[in-house]
Design a protein around this ligand. Structure first.
Ligand code: GLA
Length: 394
């Protein structure tokens, strides 16, 4: 097992805490420190923007921001990634397309909050994160959720989690330019230790579902393929457009309203590709509901075949997998995992493999060997467990 490094010190100079580093950089103490986790989606992929069901969980890897309110409308941003130095901006000039790199995420949140009428103050902000970047574990939403929690607290705006979810979605959609749904920020803001977040994306209703691997003798392995992806690229948007077309032709508000039993009829009404996209979403919604039921009864050891079916559906019907993800999933299954699937938006990123603790090492070794044989990048393999959602930590 590789426990995640302490994010307060992992990327910062040895021994320094985020607060100490903040003081060094900005000559004063922060008003507070907020943290928000990345997420793994257990099941329910590309169902969120179809008003369907998802079952993600917040993971024990977090983004942390130290923030101090300024007396003016300037924003100074620094990360421990060490790539851009201090980036200075002004709240008065924020507009979509005006930010680069990781600063899109905090600035997008500030922009979206201003659009909602929140009186956003200028801030100095230092970010540290141990959510792997570009791995499909929502590193960007972890940043956004830490920032929005900080601003919500510092301004006393009193936004409820559902409102913060919509504000971060607006930041992603309109400022960052990624037409994503509400799953990732819901997991990050509303996650709870030892639970998966069963979210109905039509009304944002959440039910926390107990999900613990250790008592069942299992581990949840994440296999980061190191194939980077961006939801601002065309693939995600084109899948979303197919779903919208499918709903329109079938005469429903969203694909959430189509049931598995309706698929035979839908097949006659849709072109071949749109039908396959629709079939993924409709069957995936059903798999989420079955997973929730199984977790409440037989427990995590019973959900393996649903994870496998979800992956096959994304590979064959939704066509968002890639050779590296398929190799990770197939190898994990062949070497002892009880179920595996790609997680997140697809076209790269990570797979998850639900694995008996006794088979963890053989799965790790087999995947590493298979990737080396295929001359793929060296994958990063680590365990995750369901952790708490965003909160103030100092
Ligand atoms: C990305 C998006 C989510 C969701 C998933 C696919 O993670 O941010 O809103 O659509 O892809 O399930």
């Amino acid at each position: 097992m590789n426990p995640p490094a302490d994010p307060l010190t992992a990327n910062a100079p040895a021994g320094a805490t985020l607060a100490t580093r903040f003081r060094q950089e900005f000559d004063d103490a922060p008003d507070g420190i907020w943290q928000a986790p990345g997420r793994v989606n257990l099941i329910g992929e590309h169902t969120d923007y179809n008003e369907g069901f998802v079952l993600p969980f917040a993971i024990d890897r977090t983004a942390r921001v130290a923030v101090r309110v300024r007396p003016d409308s300037s924003v100074r941003l620094l990360s421990t990634y060490g790539d851009q130095g201090v980036v200075s901006s002004s709240l008065d000039n924020l507009e979509p397309g005006s930010a680069k790199g990781w600063t899109k995420y905090p600035l997008g949140v500030m922009w979206a909050l201003k659009q909602r009428g929140v009186d956003v103050p200028g801030v100095d902000l230092l970010l540290d994160s141990n959510v792997p970047l570009g791995a499909g574990l929502s590193s960007s939403h972890a940043i956004e959720c830490a920032v929005i929690s900080a601003i919500n607290d510092l301004t006393g705006a009193g936004l409820q989690p559902q409102e913060m979810v919509l504000a971060t979605q607006r930041a992603e959609n309109d400022f960052v330019g990624a037409p994503t749904g509400i799953m990732d920020q819901s997991a990050s803001l509303r996650g709870s230790e030892g639970h998966a977040v069963f979210l109905d994306c039509r009304d944002q209703n959440v039910r926390l579902v107990p999900f613990e691997t250790q008592p069942a003798g299992l581990v949840m392995l994440v296999i980061d393929t190191k194939v980077s992806h961006s939801h601002a690229d065309g693939g995600y948007a084109s899948r979303r457009a197919s779903c919208e077309l499918g709903a329109e032709v079938l005469g429903v508000k969203a694909l959430r309203d189509v049931q598995v039993a309706d698929l035979a009829e839908a097949n006659g009404l849709l072109d071949v590709v749109t039908f396959r996209r629709v079939r993924h979403v409709v069957t995936e919604n059903a798999r989420v509901l079955q997973t929730v039921e199984l977790l409440a009864g037989a427990g995590p050891a019973a959900i393996g075949s649903l994870l496998d079916a979800s992956h096959a559906s994304m590979r064959d019907d939704f066509e968002i997998s890639c050779p590296e993800l398929d190799l990770a999933v197939d190898t994990a299954r062949a070497s002892g995992a009880i179920g595996a699937r790609m997680t997140g938006g697809g076209f790269g990123g990570a797979a998850i493999a639900l694995t008996p603790a006794s088979a963890e090492q053989s799965v790790r070794d087999a995947v590493a060997t298979a990737f080396a044989d295929a001359r793929y990048k060296v994958p990063d393999i680590f365990t995750v467990s369901p952790a708490a959602g965003a909160r103030r930590i100092a």
